[in-house]
Design a protein around this ligand. Structure first.
Ligand SMILES: [Cu+2]
Length: 510
C-alpha cells in the first residue's frame, strides 16, 4: 500500500489553496486554469508515453546504486554519497526514441529519488518525491522507465533535499541517430562545487545559512545568515586574492564558498587529462552539476563554437568562453592546437577554479593560471539563437504566467511569488496551450530557473533551454507549448535556494 507522504499531503493542500486563489489577489498576470490537477498517474500521462513507445523500440537498461562511498578528489579522499564508485556517476547513454530503464538501488540510510534533468519524459518518471512519486526509501529500489523524445546532453541527479550537493549526479547523453557528427572525438565534462566530507556536509552548510532543519517549514530567525549576506561575501572575496575580483558577470557569487571545485570529480591538484591529436575537432559536452556556483569556462589558446544549449541545437556561435549556470549544459566544438592547454572553469564571483589538462603533445601543463580567454568574449545562454529545426513556431499565447523571484539572507529564505514551497501557488496550465511566462528577478542574486518536462524558448527568437540563468533584477520571458501533461516542478537550480523554498509547480489542469 502506498501511503501518502506529508509533503504529498501538503502539496494537495497547496493545490487546493491555489485553486481557491484563482481570480483572487494574485493579479491579472496569473489568470490560471480551472479544473483538477492532472496527476502523474493520469490517463493523459499514460497515453502520451504509449505514443512515444514504438514497436521494435530498442531497450537500454542501466543500474545505479546510491550509496555511501569514499572518493579520491585528487589527493583528498572524502566520504560522501555517490552512484557507485565513481564521481560523477556512470554515464547513461541511449538514442532518442529508445526505452531507457534505469534501476536505482537505494543503499543510503535516507530517502532518495532521481530526476533526469532536461528530458521531456513521462511525468510519473520525473523523480520529484511528493509530486511525481513516493520517495525511494532506504533499502528499496525503483526503476525509472521512459522514452526520451529529444537527443542532447542531459544529467541525472538526486531530487531529494541537498543530496545533489553530495556526489549523487551523472550525465545522460541521448544520441541523435540522424546527426551528421562532424567531429573526431567527444569529451563529457562535468563541473561541480564541493564541500561534502571536508569536515562539513551540505546539511551543515544549510544550518550555517540559517535554513530550517529538514521537515520544519517555519524559517529560523538569526543563524549565520546575517554574516553571509552579499556585502560580507564581497569583503571575504577581496581578502582571498585577485582571482575573485575579476568575475562579476552575474552581479555576485552564490551564497556558499566551497573549499574545492571539481572537473570530472578532480581538484586542480591532480586533474584529469583529455588527450587528442593536434588538428582534431572535439565536441565537449559541458554540464554544470554544481549547487551554488556558476562557471566561466574556456580553453587556453583556443576559441570555441557553441553548438547546443541544454541539449538543443543552436545557431553556431564562436566565443572565447561560456558562462554556465547550475543545471545548464553547453556543447562546444574546438579544433585543437599542438601542445598542452588548460580547460579552465573559474567559479564565477568566487575564488577558486576547476581544470582539466588538454594534451595533444608532450610537455608540461600550466593549470593554475587563468587563461586570457575567460576575460574576452564570454557567452551566456540568453545570447543564443536556436537552430532552425528547433525554433518554436510563432503563435500567440493562451496563458500568461508570472514568476517573481525574491529572498532574504537573514532569515535564509528564497521565494517564488512571495511564498516558499510547498505554500507556493501552482502555475496552472491546460494541455494544448501556448504558455508565456515572465521570470522576474527582484533579488540581488542570480537564479538559474529550471522547468521540468519542457524545453522552453526564450522569447523573441532565443534558444531552446530548460534552465535559464536570470541575473539580479533582470526579467526574462520564456514560451513553451503545454504538451506534456502532469505536475512539474519549476524551481531555482541553486540547491540551497530550492531547499529554502524557491520552487513551485507547473500544474496541468483538466
Ligand atoms: Cu536561486
Amino acid at each position: 500500500m502506498v501511503q501518502m507522504s506529508r509533503r504529498m499531503f501538503l502539496l494537495g493542500a497547496s493545490a487546493a489553496a491555489g485553486a481557491m486563489a484563482l481570480g483572487g489577489p494574485v493579479g491579472c498576470a496569473r489568470p490560471g486554469v480551472a479544473g483538477n490537477p492532472v496527476g502523474p498517474g493520469a490517463e493523459a500521462v499514460r497515453r502520451l508515453e504509449a505514443q512515444r513507445r514504438t514497436t521494435g523500440q530498442a531497450v537500454v537498461a542501466a543500474q545505479v546504486t546510491a550509496r555511501p562511498v569514499q572518493v579520491d578528489l585528487g589527493g583528498t579522499v572524502v566520504s560522501t554519497w555517490g552512484y557507485g564508485d565513481t564521481l560523477p556517476g556512470p554515464l547513461l547513454r541511449a538514442r532518442a526514441g529508445d526505452l531507457l530503464q534505469v534501476r536505482v538501488d537505494n543503499r543510503l540510510e535516507a530517502d532518495t529519488s532521481i530526476h533526469f534533468h532536461g528530458i521531456a519524459m513521462s511525468n510519473d518518471m520525473d523523480g520529484v518525491p511528493g509530486l511525481t512519486q513516493e520517495p525511494i526509501v532506504a533499502g528499496e529500489s525503483f526503476t525509472y522507465e521512459f522514452t526520451p523524445p529529444h537527443p542532447g546532453t542531459y544529467f541525472y541527479h538526486s531530487h531529494t533535499g541537498l543530496q545533489l550537493d553530495r556526489g549523487l549526479y551523472g550525465v545522460v547523453v541521448i544520441d541523435d541517430p540522424a546527426e551528421p557528427g562532424g567531429y573526431d572525438d567527444e569529451w563529457v565534462v562535468v563541473l561541480d562545487d564541493w564541500v561534502d566530507g571536508t569536515g562539513r556536509t551540505p546539511d551543515d552548510v544549510a544550518r550555517e545559512l540559517g535554513m530550517p532543519a529538514p521537515g520544519r517549514l517555519a524559517p529560523r530567525a538569526g543563524g549565520m545568515g546575517s554574516m553571509m549576506d552579499h556585502g560580507a561575501m564581497g569583503g571575504m572575496g577581496s581578502m582571498m586574492g585577485a582571482e575573485s575580483m575579476r568575475s562579476d558577470l552575474l552581479g555576485g557569487a552564490g551564497d556558499v564558498n566551497y573549499p574545492y571545485y571539481l572537473l570530472n570529480g578532480r581538484t586542480p591538484v591532480d586533474p584529469v587529462t583529455l588527450t587528442a591529436a593536434p588538428g582534431q575537432r572535439v565536441r565537449i559536452r559541458l554540464v554544470n552539476a554544481a549547487s551554488d556556483t556558476a562557471f566561466r569556462v574556456g580553453l587556453g589558446g583556443h576559441a570555441m563554437t557553441v553548438t547546443h544549449s541544454d541539449g538543443f541545437p543552436v545557431s553556431p556561435r564562436n566565443t572565447d568562453a561560456v558562462l554556465i549556470g547550475m543545471g545548464e549544459r553547453f556543447d562546444v566544438l574546438v579544433t585543437l592546437a599542438d601542445g598542452v592547454f588548460p580547460l579552465y572553469a573559474a567559479a564565477e564571483g568566487k575564488p577558486g577554479h576547476a581544470v582539466a589538462v588538454v594534451r595533444t603533445a608532450a610537455g608540461t601543463a600550466t593549470t593554475d593560471t587563468r587563461p586570457g580567454e575567460l576575460d574576452r568574449r564570454v557567452l551566456l545562454g540568453t545570447a543564443l539563437s536556436p537552430a532552425e529545426q528547433v525554433r518554436l513556431p510563432r503563435r500567440s499565447h493562451d496563458n500568461y504566467l508570472s514568476v517573481d523571484m525574491g529572498g532574504t539572507m537573514a532569515p535564509y529564505r528564497w521565494m517564488l511569488n512571495g511564498a516558499t514551497f510547498p505554500d507556493t501557488a501552482p502555475l496552472t496550465v491546460a494541455q494544448g496551450q501556448r504558455v508565456r511566462m515572465r521570470l522576474r528577478n527582484m533579488s540581488a542574486m542570480f537564479h538559474p530557473m529550471h522547468v521540468h518536462g519542457h524545453t522552453f524558448a526564450l522569447v523573441d527568437g532565443g534558444a531552446r533551454k530548460d534552465t535559464v540563468t536570470v541575473r539580479p533584477m533582470q526579467t526574462v520571458e520564456i514560451e513553451f507549448d503545454a504538451d506534456n501533461p502532469g505536475q512539474w516542478a519549476l524551481h531555482c537550480h541553486n540547491a540551497y535556494h530550492q531547499e529554502a523554498g524557491m520552487m513551485t509547480t507547473l500544474s496541468y489542469r483538466a
